[in-house]
Write a protein that binds this ligand. Structure first.
Ligand SMILES: [Zn+2]
Length: 483
């Protein structure tokens, strides 16, 4: 069976409700995934030209930028020409939000709402979206679910920060410890026949999350990859509920070692998609391990620090250009993420442009002493590779770096830390100790707070003062756990 046929078989699991039976847009999304590469390139160039000429004419920020650079929109004919424009940083977005906003929308476009994301600085970044941009965000959910081979008639659960979980009918958000339930999947249930969907705030204590999972028995779960790891920790290292057939990670980070551990412990695939509130659904990871770009929504370019394109195999910055948000065009937006550039056809058979694994956020290590990334990695890998049966004492962990480049591994535990675990972590530390040495202390704490966004932070550095102020654990004086 060829790739297209396989995809059509998945697509047929999705039955439109009678009132949408003539809706063709989901079929078009599928057709777009298999167009000849040359046609993909032509369509992308046309979309880029359209967005650039619109932005240059309508967004005060881009009108001024083109003038300053003595460029016209006609100088940008294809994606490669975008390198003539500077990247747009999160800082630019914060400082120039009002200039980026298009004062008068073209006919047929309507303002919808602003999305906010916290970014790494903790200052919220707000991006205004049109109705069209928001609708595309929703439509692409079907592509993502189809690629992950989900059966829409099964149940799913979403575990996210409170304000990202769908509201009760009266508009209120749920409290920690509660869950919401909808008779159909959020958004996709409007158009398709689906099973039920549930939601939990990610800040709900993990033991309670496991209880809720065991009561609701969902087939699919969506959350940050770190949450899937904590469910294991909260359930003596075992899969929290045997009903789970697939887990779907959101956000950027899933290390190969955590993927391996989750797949082994859950006995299910771990799927990933990559989205940004500033843009929408950017890309979905296929079974062959590539992230294919949702070209209906954006263009992705992987570049070096100087802005030039990366060669295949090279890891560089992920720049995204939005293609359908007329309210606030973002061109060469620097996501703060790193990914590998790839070339050539993907074994999965889809022809949408793609990039390789996301290698983490470079901002997390910018300005940190040499060796920081390797040390954090050593600890993560050591914990992820530890036998699950041996981790029953642990509920959450966080590595902390102080301004003297000393490290503290904080453990929130329910029973004493076994000596074998300490030895295992300290042994993993030896090769990254460095010179002068960066010591590692292992301590037990009462609580480890999540970030204001609800994300679980497993590494905290005092070199990032904004993070450390916001995230100081509630236990100010950690109690050393033995010697
Ligand atoms: Zn692929």
């Amino acid at each position: 069976m060829d790739a297209l046929e396989r995809e059509l078989r998945q697509h047929r699991l999705w039955t439109l409700k009678p009132e949408f039976a003539r809706f063709r847009v989901y079929d078009e999304l599928l057709e777009n995934e298999f167009r000849a590469p040359a046609e993909q390139a032509v369509r992308m160039a046309r979309a880029v030209r359209g967005m650039v000429s619109f932005a240059a004419a309508s967004s005060p920020f881009y009108t001024a930028l083109f003038k300053r650079l003595a460029l016209t929109a006609g100088d940008i004919e294809e994606p490669g020409d975008l390198a003539r424009l500077p990247t747009l940083t999160k800082h630019d977005l914060l400082e120039s939000a009002s200039e980026l906003l298009v004062p008068r929308l073209p006919p047929g476009e309507k303002l919808h709402k602003a999305t906010k994301s916290s970014g790494t600085t903790g200052r919220p970044v707000a991006v205004m979206h049109t109705v069209n941009s928001t609708v595309m965000f929703g439509l692409l959910r079907q592509r993502t679910a189809r690629w992950h081979e989900l059966d829409p008639m099964q149940s799913r659960i979403d575990v996210r920060p409170r304000f990202d979980i769908f509201r009760r009918p009266d508009g209120s958000t749920i409290a920690d410890g509660e869950y919401t339930s909808l008779p159909q999947w959020h958004y996709l249930g409007l158009h398709f026949h689906t099973g039920p969907e549930y939601g939990i705030n990610v800040s709900t204590p993990m033991e309670r999350q496991v209880e809720i999972l065991q009561r609701l028995r969902p087939a699919y779960a969506t959350s940050f990859p770190g949450v899937f790891e904590e469910w294991l920790l909260a359930n003596s290292g075992r899969k929290p509920v045997d009903s789970l057939q697939a887990i779907i990670g959101i956000g950027a980070q899933l290390t190969p070692s955590l993927r391996a551990r989750l797949e082994a412990s859950y006995g299910t695939p771990v799927h990933m998609s990559y989205g940004l509130n500033e843009i929408g659904k950017v890309a979905t990871r296929c079974k062959a391990g590539r992230y294919h770009v949702n070209t209906e929504q954006c263009l992705v370019q992987i570049v070096r620090d100087d802005g030039s394109p990366c060669a295949p195999g090279e890891v560089g910055r992920v720049l995204v250009t939005g293609l359908n948000n007329a309210a606030m065009p973002l061109i060469r937006y620097d996501t703060g993420d790193l990914a590998e550039a790839v070339d050539g056809p993907c074994p999965c058979g889809r022809t949408l442009p793609s990039f390789g694994d996301i290698a983490g956020r470079y901002r997390s290590y910018a300005g940190l002493p040499a060796g920081s990334r390797e040390r954090v990695r050593a600890v993560r890998v050591a914990i992820e590779a530890y036998p699950p049966d041996g981790l029953t004492f642990l509920r959450r962990y966080q590595l902390h770096q102080d301004l003297q480049d000393r490290y503290m591994l904080r453990l929130r535990t329910v029973s004493p830390v076994p000596d074998a675990f300490r030895r295992h972590v300290l042994k993993a530390w030896e090769p990254v100790l460095g010179s002068p040495p960066s010591p590692l202390a292992i301590v037990e704490v009462d609580e480890i707070a999540a970030a204001p966004s609800g994300k679980l932070i497993d590494f905290l550095s005092d070199f990032h003062t904004d993070w450390s102020l916001a995230l100081r654990p509630t236990a100010q004086a950690p109690v050393p756990a033995g010697t």
